[in-house]
Design a protein around this ligand. Structure first.
Ligand SMILES: NC(=O)C1=CN([C@@H]2O[C@H](COP(=O)(O)OP(=O)(O)OC[C@H]3O[C@@H](n4cnc5c(N)ncnc54)[C@H](O)[C@@H]3O)[C@@H](O)[C@H]2O)C=CC1
Ligand SMILES: CC(=O)C(=O)O
Length: 377
Protein backbone atom coordinates (compact mmCIF):
# COMPACT_ATOMS: atom_id res chain seq x y z
CA UNK A 1 0.00 0.00 0.00
CA UNK A 2 1.09 3.61 -0.50
CA UNK A 3 0.87 5.66 2.69
CA UNK A 4 0.77 9.48 2.65
CA UNK A 5 1.82 11.78 5.47
CA UNK A 6 0.76 15.39 4.85
CA UNK A 7 2.00 18.31 6.91
CA UNK A 8 -0.51 19.35 9.58
CA UNK A 9 -2.13 22.73 8.89
CA UNK A 10 -4.09 23.46 12.08
CA UNK A 11 -2.92 26.48 14.08
CA UNK A 12 0.36 25.62 15.81
CA UNK A 13 -0.10 21.92 15.14
CA UNK A 14 3.52 20.87 15.22
CA UNK A 15 2.91 17.14 15.49
CA UNK A 16 3.21 14.85 12.48
CA UNK A 17 1.37 11.60 11.73
CA UNK A 18 4.50 9.50 11.30
CA UNK A 19 8.04 9.53 12.70
CA UNK A 20 11.00 8.11 10.77
CA UNK A 21 10.70 5.04 13.02
CA UNK A 22 7.11 4.66 11.79
CA UNK A 23 8.30 4.87 8.19
CA UNK A 24 10.69 1.99 8.86
CA UNK A 25 7.86 -0.10 10.33
CA UNK A 26 5.73 0.37 7.17
CA UNK A 27 8.72 -0.17 4.84
CA UNK A 28 9.67 -3.38 6.64
CA UNK A 29 6.25 -4.73 5.66
CA UNK A 30 6.63 -3.77 2.01
CA UNK A 31 4.70 -0.47 1.93
CA UNK A 32 5.74 2.86 0.37
CA UNK A 33 5.58 6.05 2.42
CA UNK A 34 5.24 9.54 0.91
CA UNK A 35 5.97 12.38 3.33
CA UNK A 36 5.18 15.98 2.48
CA UNK A 37 8.30 18.12 2.65
CA UNK A 38 8.91 19.71 6.07
CA UNK A 39 6.02 17.74 7.62
CA UNK A 40 8.20 16.61 10.54
CA UNK A 41 10.11 19.81 11.26
CA UNK A 42 7.81 20.94 14.08
CA UNK A 43 8.56 17.67 15.87
CA UNK A 44 12.29 17.80 15.14
CA UNK A 45 12.39 15.39 12.17
CA UNK A 46 14.03 16.60 8.94
CA UNK A 47 13.29 15.45 5.39
CA UNK A 48 16.72 13.78 5.47
CA UNK A 49 15.67 11.77 8.57
CA UNK A 50 12.63 10.50 6.63
CA UNK A 51 14.65 9.71 3.52
CA UNK A 52 17.18 7.78 5.59
CA UNK A 53 14.28 5.72 6.94
CA UNK A 54 13.14 4.97 3.38
CA UNK A 55 10.40 7.53 2.75
CA UNK A 56 9.94 9.49 -0.46
CA UNK A 57 9.62 13.24 0.14
CA UNK A 58 6.89 14.90 -1.94
CA UNK A 59 6.63 18.63 -2.47
CA UNK A 60 2.88 19.13 -1.99
CA UNK A 61 -0.01 18.11 0.22
CA UNK A 62 -1.83 16.97 -2.94
CA UNK A 63 0.80 14.29 -3.60
CA UNK A 64 0.70 13.02 0.00
CA UNK A 65 -3.12 12.91 -0.05
CA UNK A 66 -3.07 10.93 -3.32
CA UNK A 67 -1.85 7.86 -1.37
CA UNK A 68 -4.07 4.83 -0.60
CA UNK A 69 -4.02 5.62 3.13
CA UNK A 70 -3.36 8.99 4.73
CA UNK A 71 -1.91 9.03 8.25
CA UNK A 72 -2.42 12.32 10.07
CA UNK A 73 -2.79 13.74 13.56
CA UNK A 74 -5.70 16.19 13.54
CA UNK A 75 -9.06 16.11 11.84
CA UNK A 76 -8.90 17.53 8.28
CA UNK A 77 -9.75 21.22 7.95
CA UNK A 78 -12.09 22.49 5.18
CA UNK A 79 -9.03 23.33 3.00
CA UNK A 80 -8.27 19.60 2.98
CA UNK A 81 -11.78 18.31 2.13
CA UNK A 82 -10.93 18.72 -1.58
CA UNK A 83 -8.48 15.82 -1.22
CA UNK A 84 -11.23 13.39 -0.14
CA UNK A 85 -12.19 10.69 -2.64
CA UNK A 86 -13.86 7.30 -2.76
CA UNK A 87 -11.63 4.54 -1.44
CA UNK A 88 -9.24 6.79 0.49
CA UNK A 89 -8.44 5.40 3.95
CA UNK A 90 -8.05 8.26 6.41
CA UNK A 91 -6.40 7.31 9.71
CA UNK A 92 -6.29 10.20 12.21
CA UNK A 93 -8.11 11.90 15.10
CA UNK A 94 -11.54 12.88 13.76
CA UNK A 95 -13.81 13.87 16.70
CA UNK A 96 -16.83 13.76 14.37
CA UNK A 97 -19.62 14.22 16.95
CA UNK A 98 -19.09 18.00 17.14
CA UNK A 99 -18.06 18.27 13.43
CA UNK A 100 -21.14 18.11 11.14
CA UNK A 101 -19.43 19.56 8.04
CA UNK A 102 -16.49 17.18 8.23
CA UNK A 103 -18.81 14.22 8.77
CA UNK A 104 -20.85 15.23 5.72
CA UNK A 105 -17.71 15.66 3.58
CA UNK A 106 -16.49 12.17 4.53
CA UNK A 107 -19.92 10.72 3.70
CA UNK A 108 -20.27 12.61 0.40
CA UNK A 109 -16.83 11.50 -0.78
CA UNK A 110 -17.13 7.91 0.49
CA UNK A 111 -13.91 8.09 2.48
CA UNK A 112 -13.11 5.22 4.87
CA UNK A 113 -12.59 7.23 8.05
CA UNK A 114 -10.79 5.51 10.93
CA UNK A 115 -10.72 7.63 14.09
CA UNK A 116 -7.86 7.20 16.54
CA UNK A 117 -10.09 8.25 19.42
CA UNK A 118 -12.64 5.45 18.99
CA UNK A 119 -10.27 2.50 18.56
CA UNK A 120 -11.13 0.65 21.75
CA UNK A 121 -9.92 -2.34 23.72
CA UNK A 122 -12.37 -4.88 25.10
CA UNK A 123 -11.98 -3.36 28.58
CA UNK A 124 -13.16 0.04 27.27
CA UNK A 125 -9.71 1.68 27.17
CA UNK A 126 -8.94 4.00 24.25
CA UNK A 127 -5.30 3.19 23.42
CA UNK A 128 -4.82 5.86 20.74
CA UNK A 129 -6.37 8.61 22.85
CA UNK A 130 -4.51 7.73 26.05
CA UNK A 131 -1.07 9.18 25.24
CA UNK A 132 -2.44 12.55 24.13
CA UNK A 133 -4.74 12.62 27.15
CA UNK A 134 -1.69 12.05 29.33
CA UNK A 135 -0.03 15.03 27.64
CA UNK A 136 -3.10 17.31 27.75
CA UNK A 137 -3.94 16.37 31.35
CA UNK A 138 -0.44 17.28 32.46
CA UNK A 139 -0.45 20.46 30.37
CA UNK A 140 -3.82 21.59 31.75
CA UNK A 141 -2.28 22.39 35.11
CA UNK A 142 0.82 24.17 33.82
CA UNK A 143 -1.39 26.20 31.47
CA UNK A 144 -3.93 26.93 34.21
CA UNK A 145 -1.12 27.99 36.55
CA UNK A 146 0.17 30.46 33.94
CA UNK A 147 -3.22 32.03 33.31
CA UNK A 148 -3.80 32.46 37.05
CA UNK A 149 -0.97 34.98 36.96
CA UNK A 150 -2.14 38.60 37.08
CA UNK A 151 -0.47 39.75 33.82
CA UNK A 152 -2.24 36.88 32.01
CA UNK A 153 -5.69 37.93 33.28
CA UNK A 154 -5.79 35.67 36.32
CA UNK A 155 -6.50 36.47 39.94
CA UNK A 156 -2.85 36.38 40.95
CA UNK A 157 -2.70 33.00 42.67
CA UNK A 158 0.30 30.71 42.96
CA UNK A 159 -1.25 27.24 42.91
CA UNK A 160 1.23 25.86 45.43
CA UNK A 161 0.68 28.66 47.92
CA UNK A 162 3.69 29.50 50.12
CA UNK A 163 4.31 28.92 53.83
CA UNK A 164 1.65 30.98 55.62
CA UNK A 165 -0.65 31.23 52.56
CA UNK A 166 -3.10 28.52 51.51
CA UNK A 167 -2.62 26.81 48.13
CA UNK A 168 -4.96 27.24 45.16
CA UNK A 169 -8.09 25.16 44.61
CA UNK A 170 -8.08 22.92 41.54
CA UNK A 171 -11.33 21.22 40.50
CA UNK A 172 -11.24 18.50 37.84
CA UNK A 173 -14.46 17.15 36.29
CA UNK A 174 -13.77 13.68 34.88
CA UNK A 175 -11.29 11.21 36.39
CA UNK A 176 -10.08 9.29 33.33
CA UNK A 177 -6.66 9.72 31.72
CA UNK A 178 -6.80 13.54 31.43
CA UNK A 179 -8.24 13.91 34.94
CA UNK A 180 -5.73 11.57 36.55
CA UNK A 181 -2.77 13.27 34.89
CA UNK A 182 -4.10 16.70 35.81
CA UNK A 183 -4.52 15.54 39.42
CA UNK A 184 -0.97 14.17 39.47
CA UNK A 185 0.48 17.52 38.34
CA UNK A 186 -1.74 19.65 40.58
CA UNK A 187 -0.98 17.55 43.66
CA UNK A 188 2.70 17.64 42.72
CA UNK A 189 2.54 21.43 42.83
CA UNK A 190 0.90 21.32 46.23
CA UNK A 191 -2.56 22.56 45.21
CA UNK A 192 -5.72 21.48 46.99
CA UNK A 193 -7.37 19.18 44.41
CA UNK A 194 -10.97 17.97 44.08
CA UNK A 195 -11.91 15.50 41.33
CA UNK A 196 -15.44 14.51 40.34
CA UNK A 197 -16.38 11.43 38.32
CA UNK A 198 -19.64 9.60 37.72
CA UNK A 199 -18.04 6.19 38.17
CA UNK A 200 -17.70 5.27 41.87
CA UNK A 201 -15.17 2.56 41.11
CA UNK A 202 -12.98 5.10 39.36
CA UNK A 203 -13.18 7.33 42.43
CA UNK A 204 -12.13 4.35 44.58
CA UNK A 205 -9.14 3.64 42.34
CA UNK A 206 -8.07 7.29 42.44
CA UNK A 207 -8.47 7.46 46.20
CA UNK A 208 -6.10 4.48 46.48
CA UNK A 209 -3.70 5.82 43.86
CA UNK A 210 -3.30 9.20 45.52
CA UNK A 211 -3.50 7.77 49.05
CA UNK A 212 -6.05 10.22 50.37
CA UNK A 213 -4.34 13.38 49.05
CA UNK A 214 -7.05 13.85 46.39
CA UNK A 215 -10.60 14.88 47.35
CA UNK A 216 -12.83 12.55 45.33
CA UNK A 217 -16.48 13.54 44.86
CA UNK A 218 -19.37 11.85 43.04
CA UNK A 219 -20.33 13.81 39.93
CA UNK A 220 -23.85 15.22 40.01
CA UNK A 221 -25.10 18.71 39.33
CA UNK A 222 -25.28 19.66 43.03
CA UNK A 223 -21.72 18.54 43.78
CA UNK A 224 -20.36 20.09 40.59
CA UNK A 225 -21.98 23.45 41.49
CA UNK A 226 -20.47 23.35 44.99
CA UNK A 227 -17.00 22.49 43.68
CA UNK A 228 -17.02 25.01 40.83
CA UNK A 229 -17.89 27.86 43.22
CA UNK A 230 -14.58 27.50 45.07
CA UNK A 231 -12.34 26.64 42.08
CA UNK A 232 -9.38 28.82 41.18
CA UNK A 233 -8.67 26.45 38.30
CA UNK A 234 -11.39 24.28 36.76
CA UNK A 235 -10.40 21.49 34.34
CA UNK A 236 -13.02 19.89 32.04
CA UNK A 237 -11.98 16.26 31.44
CA UNK A 238 -15.12 14.18 30.79
CA UNK A 239 -15.65 11.83 27.87
CA UNK A 240 -18.40 9.58 26.57
CA UNK A 241 -16.43 7.81 23.81
CA UNK A 242 -17.26 9.12 20.35
CA UNK A 243 -20.13 11.28 21.59
CA UNK A 244 -20.46 15.00 22.09
CA UNK A 245 -19.18 15.89 25.57
CA UNK A 246 -21.95 16.43 28.13
CA UNK A 247 -22.17 20.09 29.24
CA UNK A 248 -21.85 19.45 32.95
CA UNK A 249 -20.80 22.91 34.14
CA UNK A 250 -23.60 25.37 33.42
CA UNK A 251 -23.40 29.09 32.74
CA UNK A 252 -25.01 29.74 36.15
CA UNK A 253 -22.23 27.73 37.82
CA UNK A 254 -19.50 29.67 35.99
CA UNK A 255 -21.10 32.94 37.18
CA UNK A 256 -20.41 31.83 40.77
CA UNK A 257 -16.65 31.62 40.12
CA UNK A 258 -14.50 34.49 41.41
CA UNK A 259 -13.11 36.97 38.84
CA UNK A 260 -9.71 35.90 37.55
CA UNK A 261 -10.40 32.19 38.00
CA UNK A 262 -9.40 29.99 35.08
CA UNK A 263 -11.19 27.28 33.10
CA UNK A 264 -9.22 24.81 30.95
CA UNK A 265 -11.77 22.74 28.99
CA UNK A 266 -9.67 19.86 27.68
CA UNK A 267 -12.85 18.14 26.43
CA UNK A 268 -13.28 20.87 23.80
CA UNK A 269 -12.26 18.43 21.05
CA UNK A 270 -15.53 16.58 21.71
CA UNK A 271 -17.50 19.84 21.83
CA UNK A 272 -16.63 21.03 25.36
CA UNK A 273 -17.97 20.20 28.82
CA UNK A 274 -18.56 23.72 30.10
CA UNK A 275 -21.52 25.79 28.90
CA UNK A 276 -19.62 29.08 28.65
CA UNK A 277 -17.02 27.47 26.40
CA UNK A 278 -18.74 28.64 23.22
CA UNK A 279 -15.74 28.55 20.86
CA UNK A 280 -12.56 26.68 20.10
CA UNK A 281 -9.46 28.75 20.83
CA UNK A 282 -5.99 28.39 19.29
CA UNK A 283 -2.43 28.35 20.57
CA UNK A 284 -2.07 31.83 19.02
CA UNK A 285 -5.13 33.19 20.86
CA UNK A 286 -5.67 30.64 23.61
CA UNK A 287 -8.07 32.44 25.95
CA UNK A 288 -11.08 34.70 26.17
CA UNK A 289 -12.82 36.21 29.16
CA UNK A 290 -16.45 35.61 30.15
CA UNK A 291 -18.07 36.62 33.49
CA UNK A 292 -14.59 37.63 34.63
CA UNK A 293 -13.29 34.06 34.19
CA UNK A 294 -10.41 33.21 31.85
CA UNK A 295 -11.49 30.48 29.40
CA UNK A 296 -8.93 28.25 27.60
CA UNK A 297 -10.30 25.85 24.95
CA UNK A 298 -7.51 24.74 22.62
CA UNK A 299 -8.47 21.52 20.83
CA UNK A 300 -4.91 20.47 20.00
CA UNK A 301 -3.09 21.13 23.24
CA UNK A 302 -0.40 18.43 22.64
CA UNK A 303 0.60 20.22 19.41
CA UNK A 304 2.51 22.69 21.60
CA UNK A 305 4.80 19.99 22.96
CA UNK A 306 5.10 18.30 19.61
CA UNK A 307 8.28 16.31 20.01
CA UNK A 308 7.02 14.47 23.09
CA UNK A 309 3.53 14.14 21.67
CA UNK A 310 4.46 12.90 18.19
CA UNK A 311 6.70 10.15 19.53
CA UNK A 312 4.17 9.15 22.18
CA UNK A 313 1.32 9.11 19.62
CA UNK A 314 3.32 7.07 17.09
CA UNK A 315 4.15 4.49 19.75
CA UNK A 316 0.49 3.48 19.62
CA UNK A 317 -0.79 4.46 16.16
CA UNK A 318 1.84 2.74 14.03
CA UNK A 319 1.18 -0.90 15.03
CA UNK A 320 -2.54 -0.53 14.15
CA UNK A 321 -1.67 1.44 11.00
CA UNK A 322 0.63 -1.31 9.79
CA UNK A 323 -2.14 -3.89 10.32
CA UNK A 324 -4.52 -1.78 8.22
CA UNK A 325 -1.92 -1.41 5.47
CA UNK A 326 -0.97 -5.10 5.53
CA UNK A 327 -4.49 -6.49 5.29
CA UNK A 328 -6.66 -3.64 3.99
CA UNK A 329 -9.20 -2.11 6.35
CA UNK A 330 -11.86 -4.82 5.89
CA UNK A 331 -9.70 -7.76 6.85
CA UNK A 332 -7.89 -5.71 9.51
CA UNK A 333 -11.28 -4.88 11.08
CA UNK A 334 -12.45 -8.49 10.79
CA UNK A 335 -9.24 -9.72 12.46
CA UNK A 336 -9.10 -7.06 15.12
CA UNK A 337 -12.23 -5.72 16.84
CA UNK A 338 -10.24 -2.78 18.22
CA UNK A 339 -9.69 -1.49 14.68
CA UNK A 340 -13.36 -2.16 13.81
CA UNK A 341 -14.38 0.21 16.62
CA UNK A 342 -12.28 2.94 15.02
CA UNK A 343 -14.16 2.91 11.71
CA UNK A 344 -16.61 5.83 11.81
CA UNK A 345 -17.61 6.21 8.13
CA UNK A 346 -17.41 3.74 5.22
CA UNK A 347 -18.75 4.10 1.72
CA UNK A 348 -20.98 7.04 2.64
CA UNK A 349 -22.45 5.32 5.72
CA UNK A 350 -21.91 6.22 9.36
CA UNK A 351 -20.77 3.12 11.24
CA UNK A 352 -20.22 4.64 14.68
CA UNK A 353 -23.46 5.00 16.61
CA UNK A 354 -22.63 8.06 18.72
CA UNK A 355 -21.64 9.97 15.57
CA UNK A 356 -24.81 8.92 13.72
CA UNK A 357 -26.89 9.99 16.76
CA UNK A 358 -25.05 13.32 17.08
CA UNK A 359 -26.00 14.38 13.55
CA UNK A 360 -29.22 12.44 12.94
CA UNK A 361 -27.78 10.02 10.35
CA UNK A 362 -28.94 6.46 10.04
CA UNK A 363 -26.56 4.17 11.93
CA UNK A 364 -25.14 1.28 9.93
CA UNK A 365 -23.39 -1.35 12.05
CA UNK A 366 -19.99 -1.98 10.46
CA UNK A 367 -20.65 -5.69 9.90
CA UNK A 368 -23.76 -4.87 7.84
CA UNK A 369 -21.81 -2.48 5.59
CA UNK A 370 -18.91 -4.87 5.08
CA UNK A 371 -21.35 -7.72 4.44
CA UNK A 372 -23.26 -5.61 1.86
CA UNK A 373 -19.98 -4.81 0.12
CA UNK A 374 -18.90 -8.43 0.01
CA UNK A 375 -22.37 -9.47 -1.24
CA UNK A 376 -22.30 -6.89 -4.04
CA UNK A 377 -18.89 -8.04 -5.38
N1 LIG B 1 -7.95 19.47 23.95
C1 LIG B 1 -7.00 18.58 23.64
O1 LIG B 1 -5.98 18.91 23.07
C2 LIG B 1 -7.17 17.16 24.05
C3 LIG B 1 -8.39 16.73 24.47
N2 LIG B 1 -8.58 15.44 24.93
C4 LIG B 1 -9.93 15.11 25.34
O2 LIG B 1 -10.08 15.07 26.74
C5 LIG B 1 -11.30 14.37 27.05
C6 LIG B 1 -11.06 13.34 28.16
O3 LIG B 1 -10.26 12.30 27.67
P1 LIG B 1 -9.79 11.05 28.56
O4 LIG B 1 -9.43 11.48 29.91
O5 LIG B 1 -8.79 10.31 27.76
O6 LIG B 1 -11.11 10.19 28.63
P2 LIG B 1 -11.40 8.97 29.62
O7 LIG B 1 -12.41 8.12 28.94
O8 LIG B 1 -10.13 8.36 30.08
O9 LIG B 1 -12.05 9.69 30.88
C7 LIG B 1 -13.29 10.31 30.85
C8 LIG B 1 -13.86 10.26 32.25
O10 LIG B 1 -15.07 11.02 32.24
C9 LIG B 1 -15.90 10.40 33.17
N3 LIG B 1 -17.27 10.88 33.02
C10 LIG B 1 -18.20 10.54 32.08
N4 LIG B 1 -19.36 11.18 32.34
C11 LIG B 1 -19.13 11.93 33.45
C12 LIG B 1 -19.94 12.81 34.24
N5 LIG B 1 -21.23 13.04 33.94
N6 LIG B 1 -19.38 13.42 35.31
C13 LIG B 1 -18.09 13.20 35.62
N7 LIG B 1 -17.30 12.37 34.95
C14 LIG B 1 -17.81 11.76 33.88
C15 LIG B 1 -15.73 8.92 32.90
O11 LIG B 1 -16.21 8.13 33.98
C16 LIG B 1 -14.22 8.84 32.72
O12 LIG B 1 -13.55 8.53 33.93
C17 LIG B 1 -11.74 13.74 25.70
O13 LIG B 1 -12.71 14.56 25.10
C18 LIG B 1 -10.46 13.77 24.89
O14 LIG B 1 -10.68 13.71 23.51
C19 LIG B 1 -7.55 14.55 24.99
C20 LIG B 1 -6.31 14.93 24.55
C21 LIG B 1 -6.02 16.25 24.01
C1 LIG C 1 -6.83 14.03 21.19
C2 LIG C 1 -6.66 15.23 20.38
O1 LIG C 1 -7.61 15.77 19.88
C3 LIG C 1 -5.35 15.77 20.21
O2 LIG C 1 -4.37 15.19 20.70
O3 LIG C 1 -5.21 16.81 19.54
Amino acid sequence: MIIGVPKEIKNNENRVGMTPAGVTAFKNNGHEVLVETCAGLGSGFTDQDYMSAGAVIVSSAKEAWAADMVVKVKEPLPEEYGFFRKGLILYTYLHLAPEPELTQALIDNKVTAIAYETIQLENGALPLLTPMSEVAGRMSIQIGAQFLEKPKGGKGILLSGVPGVTPGEVVIVGGGIVGTNAAKMALGLGANVTLLDINPNRLRQLDDLFQGRLNTVMSNSYNIAEAVKKADLLVGAVLIPGARAPRLVTEAMVKTMKPGSVIVDVAIDQGGSIETVDRITTHDHPTYEKYGVVHYAVANMPGAVARTSTISLNNVTIPYGVQIADHGYKLAAANNKEIAKGINVVDGKVTFKAVADAHGYEYHPLESVLFEEVASV
